[in-house]
Design a protein around this ligand. Structure first.
Ligand SMILES: [Zn+2]
Length: 368
């Protein structure tokens, strides 16, 4: 009885989706004399996926709102930014699963809820060691390099990389793109080249198959830096590096560094931890053993939180105008980011900003 009512409540909540997709989900070529069940097992699976999608989408909106109103580097900002990055990846895999199940493009959730469900909240607790949606207090801070970066520990001792851009002058910007290479990387790379904007692409080793290697080679040839993000993001199950030993992280990222060097034709010099989560020990070991310079960000475009390229562009230039300079974080795996970044480079040069060489970060970090 309980299950039935839950099912019907669920069904009601996805009616708009079902009415749109019903044509595609109907069993083909059923003889007229055979009664077709109202909901086939495939429909039921799809309903579950859509409900999951809806819930994750609502949580994503919740966290992007927190990120947008919180000061860079504040505990609330760090937690919400990490949660948002994680939920964005979950949302994409759910979207792909729905498309596979229905055989048609899926455009996303049609409604939002105001709060994060208990289920999502405990999932975030399992992944990050914190439970989202509540205020956090910073407990301690470990300097890595004064004036360049530090590690802030927040609730439950989760260590976040906090970047400084005090080495940049007003009007100077560094552009970075994470989580590729992917089908959009080549176009983003070409647009940045055209806009005289040498950028950093923080890539995942798991995406460096034949196609990925070719994309990375092209981006390097366009004059960009190819850098280490992880093999996975950061573990195979989407958990941060705090779930791996320092030895294992160095070993795994050593492999990614070699793959990038082989594909791009030169050794990567930068590293950015997925979600910004990394311990001081691991960060320092990656420097001493792999010679990798840590890179965070100081302008978070929240490109994962909108599908609208115009909205993303407006938000991004507002953030840049407000700060006057900074290390900009985007992802070259989203169509909205491909379009917004193209507009952004023109806007930057038209408005007196300079995209400076990523080498400035190496110099600031090494104290040169
Ligand atoms: Zn990432």
């Amino acid at each position: 009885m309980f299950k039935t009512s839950v099912f019907f409540a669920s069904l009601l909540s996805v009616l708009p989706f079902l009415s749109a997709a019903a044509g595609e989900l109907r069993l083909p070529a059923a003889p007229a004399s055979v009664e077709v069940p109202a909901a086939s097992p495939a429909d039921m699976d799809t309903i579950g996926l859509v409900l999951d999608y809806d819930e994750v989408y609502a949580a994503l909106k919740f966290y992007s709102d927190i990120v947008f109103v919180s000061p860079q580097g504040s505990p609330q900002y760090l937690e919400a930014a990490a949660a948002g990055q994680y939920l964005r990846a979950r949302l994409e895999s759910l979207g792909r699963a729905i498309e596979t199940a229905t055989g048609r493009p899926f455009s996303g959730a049609t409604r939002t809820r105001a709060r994060v469900s208990f289920r999502i909240s405990s999932e975030l607790g399992d992944v990050f060691g914190f439970h989202g949606g509540t205020a956090v207090r910073e407990t301690r801070s470990v300097p890595i390099k004064d004036g360049y970066c530090k590690i802030n520990y927040v609730k439950n001792n989760v260590p976040f990389l906090v970047q400084s851009d005090s080495f940049l002058k007003k009007g100077e910007v560094i552009l970075t793109f994470d989580d590729g290479p992917g089908p959009l990387t080549e176009e983003v790379s070409a647009s940045m080249k055209e806009g005289n904007a040498p950028s950093v692409f923080f890539v995942l080793g798991s995406k460096l198959g034949a196609a990925g290697r070719a994309r990375v080679a092209k981006a390097a040839a366009d004059g960009h830096e190819i850098a280490v993000h992880g093999y996975w993001h950061a573990t195979e199950n989407g958990k941060p590096f705090t779930n791996m030993t320092t030895g294992k992280i160095v070993e795994q990222l050593g492999g990614v560094k070699s793959s990038i060097a082989a594909a791009a034709g030169r050794k990567p010099v930068f590293f950015r931890p997925p979600y910004g989560i990394i311990t001081p020990d691991a960060l320092l070991a990656l420097d001493s053993e792999l010679n990798l310079v840590p890179v965070g960000w100081t302008i978070d475009t929240l490109d994962w939180s909108t599908k609208n390229p115009d909205e993303l562009f407006e938000k991004t230039i507002a953030l840049i105008k407000q700060r006057g300079k900074g290390i900009v974080l985007m992802h070259d795996i989203h169509d909205q980011s491909r379009l917004a970044s193209k507009r952004l480079v023109s806007w930057l040069s038209d408005n007196g900003y300079t995209v400076v060489s990523p080498e400035r970060m190496t110099k600031a970090y090494r104290g040169e």
